[in-house]
Design a binder for this molecule. Structure first.
Ligand SMILES: Cc1cc2nc3c(=O)[nH]c(=O)nc-3n(C[C@H](O)[C@H](O)[C@H](O)COP(=O)(O)OP(=O)(O)OC[C@H]3O[C@@H](n4cnc5c(N)ncnc54)[C@H](O)[C@@H]3O)c2cc1C
Length: 506
């Protein structure tokens, strides 16, 4: 194995962008390590159909953690529902306001232009138009029946249709979302960004290679130890950029000796840097759902969607305000239909708390890199119980929606019935059914030196190291009020651009 200038670990939403930028904007040698397989450029035609089909979430290429995570080049962008939504300007201003230089909305908005290429007919001032990731919003005539019925029921309840879920105003409203769907394909980060760099001689992609840990010489990491089949590889480089996602990036740091002293000592890992924040500050939008038994009419509509190929799991989002809301909105409500393991269709509406107050954590289950992390989501642990209250309000809203407009005609019965619940029962329901929106972030948070839980600085550099960066969902200090894919791509772009400039100067 030759030495490299830069090793990027993880070819997901952020890592695909980071490797592409480092390769195309410099002449330094870049090695991209990915635990899952690589099917080559989109045009090669070797990608499995379930990864390409944007209508259904793939069940293959998963890490098998307690939460779904993709193990394939493209990462979770190759697995997700393709909702392309930016955080609100205030969300990024919160990061900038916490002392993270360069992260205010004004500063990142030019990077939005470099990420997204929104189709002309659905472009708004809150979207990019010159980037590499094609997006457009679903048209009404493309909507599956359940999605359309939800949309029309929200309108019949008085919600207005809005033009962009990335726009800060109006806070409330509904729309078929913008999606990174192009050529009827889930256009993942590898197609949008990595394919541009694949022919370049300075880029090496190593799939099916599990990054275990970094070995240090003083402040510098020098070697990445990986497993490839039954072989152990030692890859030497000048710079390391960890993009393994919010569940795995803290694990790589901890196995390398960077993390909370007590946790590392418990596992007998030699300490390089005592960094309390590694694995802390886990955030996801918490979710509860209501499942519906369909009426004859609902069943017929579903069958017709399946036969016609118009069945989609998710296409529409309503932004709404709970009674606790202090900003423009604090809830996403989303109609969702999928197949259960039994093969039966499940029809549901999700209520998602977009301003979660609770925090969880990630821990190593052992020193073996093959072991899944131990994930404590921490849902509903906020001391004022605000998250539970928001979700209970979301349940009530779902109940009202289910009685309005076309949705009512598609439903036979529902579980639970929030209207029939005694005081305390709705809390018990939320407590026993709470889940995540698949948007974990924050486990290597970015912050100033004075922030005791900060793991990286505003350039992604891990505190106390001189050449180890984290650039993915992990560095997000507070979760934006949006689905997280686009923001992760932007993080990969920003940190890789800044590193490229430093490499060109050195
Ligand atoms: C089912 C699902 C639906 C979602 N829907 C949406 C949506 O509609 N819209 C939206 O905006 N967001 C959505 N998200 C969230 C979004 O996709 C993620 O926030 C985003 O992809 C995270 O990017 P990342 O780069 O941080 O991590 P990832 O994309 O997860 O990339 C991490 C990569 O690192 C690799 N890796 C991990 N550990 C190692 C290791 N030790 N060695 C080598 N490689 C490693 C992984 O295999 C993976 O390829 C969804 C997520 C899921 C799972």
């Amino acid at each position: 194995m030759p030495d490299f200038d830069v090793v990027v670990i993880g070819a997901g939403s952020a890592g695909s962008v980071a490797a592409s930028v480092l390769s195309t904007q410099t002449n330094v040698s870049v090695c991209l390590i990915e635990a899952g397989p690589d099917y080559g450029p989109f045009e090669a035609g070797r990608w499995p159909s379930e990864i390409l089909d944007p209508r259904l979430r793939p069940r293959t290429h998963d890490w098998g953690f307690v939460d779904s995570r993709a193990k394939v080049v493209g990462g979770c962008s190759a697995h997700n529902q393709c909702a392309a939504v930016w955080g609100l300007p205030e969300d990024y201003d919160l990061w900038g306001g916490a002392g993270n230089l360069g992260w205010s909305y004004k500063e990142i908005s030019k990077l939005i232009q470099e990420i997204e290429r929104c189709s002309v007919d659905s472009l708004t001032e809150w979207r990019g138009k010159d980037g590499w990731l094609p997006t457009r919003h679903y048209r009404d005539e493309e909507l599956a029946s359940w999605q359309l019925a939800f949309l029309e029921s929200t309108v019949s309840m008085g919600y207005s249709r809005i033009a962009d879920l990335s726009a800060p105003q109006p806070g409330e409203g509904v729309m078929p979302f913008h999606a990174n769907v192009y050529k009827s394909t889930r256009w993942n980060a590898a197609f949008a960004f990595l394919d541009r760099a694949r022919g370049r001689r300075n880029l090496t992609v190593l799939p099916n290679t599990l990054a275990e840990k970094l070995l240090f010489e003083h402040k510098n990491a020098r070697t990445l130890v990986c497993q490839s089949g039954s072989d152990t590889l030692e890859i030497r480089a000048r710079q390391f950029v960890i993009c393994a996602g919010a569940y795995s990036s803290p694990g790589i740091l901890m196995r390398s000796g960077i993390g909370p002293r007590t946790e590392l000592e418990r596992l007998g890992i030699r300490i390089q840097r005592d960094l309390l924040g590694v694995g802390k500050n886990l955030q996801d939008h918490s979710v509860v759902s209501v499942e519906f038994e369909l009426s004859e009419h609902g069943l017929r509509a579903l069958e017709q969607d399946v036969v016609e190929g118009s069945f989609h799991e998710s296409q529409v989002i309503l932004r709404a305000r709970s009674v606790h809301c202090k900003g423009p909105f604090d809830l996403h409500l989303a109609p969702y239909q999928t197949t259960a393991d039994s093969g039966e269709y499940v029809s549901a509406v999700l209520a998602c708390d977009m301003v979660p107050q609770s925090r969880g954590s990630i821990h190593l289950s052992g020193t073996d890199a093959e072991l899944p992390p131990s994930i404590d989501f921490g849902f509903l642990t906020d001391p004022l119980h605000q998250d539970a209250s928001v979700l209970i309000d979301g349940l009530r809203l779902i109940h009202r929606l289910a009685e309005s407009g076309p949705l009512a005609t598609m439903i036979e019965s529902r579980t639970p019935r929030p209207d029939a619940m005694k005081p305390g029962e709705s809390y018990s329901y939320v407590e026993s059914h709470v889940d995540g929106y698949a948007h974990p972030v924050g486990t290597c948070r970015m912050g100033q030196l004075s922030d005791s839980l900060a793991v990286v600085d505003s350039g992604g550099l891990v505190r106390g190291t001189s050449n180890v960066y984290v650039a993915d969902a992990s560095i997000i200090p507070t979760i934006p009020r949006a689905n997280t894919n686009l923001t992760c791509m932007l993080i990969g772009l920003k940190i890789a651009k800044e590193l490229s400039i430093r490499l060109l100067r050195s």
